[in-house]
Design a binder for this molecule. Structure first.
Ligand code: NAD
Length: 326
């Protein structure tokens, strides 16, 4: 049985990926600095360890043939764009990738999946909310708008360099806003879909929710099941990437909020407040993935939002019940 390692297995995408790999018959070792907050891990073995530590990484890559590297110091706009975490994000995530590659290849790992991000695309191509350019080859001249994006770009190059110089196989995906159940929904690291679901769940019918900026910035959001599908398809293909894994159903943040309100069956009023924003427009360009994998995500955003909302709503209710019981 093929033994694979999922690093970041205690996180949102990692937790779902472990479940998928188990259902496909793999033996899975999960590693994360913390246990999964919202689900019992499906991994055969789960190790709590800090991937910045050389000794931890040397121990966990033993006997592994493929690594899915998802661990990163990351969060939504409130975490990435405040500027307060820049040094930590760059240091922590780069150290994790340096360690995983070096000790992994020395231990005989043959193939690495690396989760990059659309945040590495240059800001100058994402100023027009109606017409952003995120085609893979538009990455250079590089000008990401966050240190998180710069680290992703550096690590993409690191994986490619190890492929060229050490003969390991590499697959790189650039994720575009992945959402769904069992991800961070409060506390400061949550991203727009989960945060907006929480605000709507907490609001009364006819109530007010706050959104950062004017809400006219555009994004696309990919439901977790299609993300995991894309990761597995890329890993099994002979294409290295980098390739976008994202939805090309672009919406404004105002539209996202109204779609969530519709799922909730509530009327809401949006109050726009200042806050960290990121680029003005972003959408996944799916031409390359279609060409190379003969596949691209296709499910409608509304379908995923229904599942995301029901899950966040249940978390909000549990939290309220917990507070009431204290
Ligand atoms: P997540 O924060 O839920 O998962 C990342 C995991 O890495 C966390 O569980 C965290 O504890 C772990 N981690 C951080 N530092 C660690 C350390 N020093 N040692 C061990 N584990 C450590 O995030 P996610 O949404 O599941 O994202 C997974 C990957 O995909 C990340 O690399 C992220 O940058 C990338 N990505 C995600 C999105 C998205 O929309 N979710 C978009 C683009 C890229």
């Amino acid at each position: 049985m093929k033994k694979v390692l999922v690093s970041g297995a205690g996180g949102f995408i990692g937790g779902h990926l472990v479940r998928r790999l188990k259902s496909e018959g793999y033996w899975v070792r999960g590693v994360d600095i913390k246990r999964h907050e919202f689900a019992v891990t499906a991994a055969d073995e789960f190790i709590v360890g800090d991937l910045r530590e050389t000794d931890v990484v040397r121990g966990i890559v033993e006997g592994i043939s493929e690594v899915y590297q998802l661990a990163a110091d990351m969060g939504g706009a409130g975490y990435i764009f405040s500027g307060e975490h820049d040094a930590a994000v760059m240091h922590n995530s780069a150290t994790i990738n340096l360690n995983m590659l070096e000790w992994g290849r020395q231990a005989g790992v043959r193939k690495f999946f690396y989760s990059s991000s659309a945040c590495m695309y240059p800001e100058y191509n994402q100023l027009d909310p109606g017409n952003p350019n995120c085609s893979e080859e538009s990455a250079y001249p590089a000008a990401p708008d966050s240190e998180y994006g710069w680290e992703k770009l550096f690590s993409e190059r690191l994986y490619m360099a190890y492929m060229r110089n050490h003969g390991v196989q590499v697959r790189i995906a650039r994720f575009h806003n992945i959402f769904g159940p069992e991800g961070t929904w409060c506390g400061g690291r949550e991203k727009a879909p989960a945060a907006t679901c929480r605000k709507v769940a907490e609001a009364d019918d006819g109530g007010l929710i706050e959104l950062w900026g004017d809400g006219k910035q555009t994004r696309s959001f990919l439901y977790i099941d299609e993300c995991v599908d894309g990761v597995r398809r890329l890993m099994e293909s002979d294409f290295t990437g980098p390739v976008n894994i994202g939805s090309d159903e672009m919406v404004t943040i105002n539209q996202l909020a109204q779609m969530i309100a519709k799922v909730a069956g509530k009327r809401i009023t949006i109050q726009h407040i200042p806050g960290p924003l990121g680029v003005r427009g972003r959408n996944s360009d799916n031409r390359l993935i279609r060409e190379k994998l003969q596949w691209a995500p296709s499910r409608p955003l509304a379908e995923g939002l229904e599942k995301q909302y029901r899950w966040v709503e249940a978390q909000v209710k549990n939290a309220v019940a917990g507070l009431a019981a204290q």
